[in-house]
Design a protein around this ligand. Sequence first.
Ligand SMILES: Cc1cc2nc3c(=O)[nH]c(=O)nc-3n(C[C@H](O)[C@H](O)[C@H](O)COP(=O)(O)O)c2cc1C
Length: 326
Amino acid sequence: MKVLGISFGRKGQNCDIVCKQALLAAKKSGAEVEFINTCHLNIDRCTGCGACDRRMEKGGPCRCVIKDDFPFLEEHILEADGIILSAPVYVLGPVGQFKNLTDRLGPSHDRAYMMQQQQKRMAEGKTKEELMDERLFKDRFLGLISVGGARTENWTSLGLLNMHLFAPSMQMTVVDQMNVYGMGDRVSPVLDERLMERLAAMGEHVAASVGTPREEAKWYGDDKGLCPVCHNRTFTIKDARHVECPICGMYGELKLQGEDVRVEFSPEQIAQCRYRTQGVIDHRNEIDSMTKRCIRVIREQGEQIKELLKPLDEIQELDRKEFTEK
Ligand SMILES: Cc1cc2nc3c(=O)[nH]c(=O)nc-3n(C[C@H](O)[C@H](O)[C@H](O)COP(=O)(O)O)c2cc1C
């Protein structure tokens, strides 16, 4: 069993400390552990070039063409059975580099897309070397730690929530989460014994989850939340009765009973949410049908689109090379 820790904070600072504390406990639970700090790694943004898709469609591997440190992270993520992520809150949400990594792991590693590719290659009788990397189909279990400096929790409001975005594409399962805020006052996490114990428990929880069927994975977070899948309590209000979980992408009914608030989701909604294979298969089918439509519209109306775009040429892009700092 391999548990990987990835810290997006400064080297040796709070995110590293909380992540390593959880990793130590995972190690005591029998896991082989690895740790990566990303602060000085180069993880560029996905440019949307589509080269990874084209490579795969031609029978190649799912591999990004950008030459930076992403393949290093990708390899260790693929090897891991459990992952503990710690990211600093920068302006209410996780630091931008976290999103860069999430995007690079996004569509190009999407479970439904990988399944579709694998089925196609199997049907074509491809050899083991020509099939998709088996590790893409492994279920992984996550512990999320959002780390904020502010004393007030509401200055960390989008930290943990956005860290969940790491999970759905590769169908990883979050089993525990912690919003570790108030770092300014705490000075160092090691001075807070209860916090250190709770972090150790996260390491144990992630290790204990490895090998369970993911839909039966236990939730270890301190708060069960209102969403039965991601266990968060942030919703988009659709109307007086209906809400949407922005993480899982499912619609539920708000139930108010005195002081109590519940949200009920139908089994159908749960089965089709982003954290379930059917949810990503539905999205893949949607993309496939849009691609077909795009190809047809461009073939039929390509010239008209070019004409309609011409007035926008009046707006010219600024040239970075002409800029000198004052
Ligand atoms: C650009 C920037 C923005 C920040 N924004 C927030 C914020 O919105 N809320 C908060 O609680 N802390 C914020 N912080 C504080 C960091 O979350 C805090 O220092 C954290 O411990 C950094 O993690 P590290 O020690 O592992 O580097 C910010 C820090 C920086 C540098």
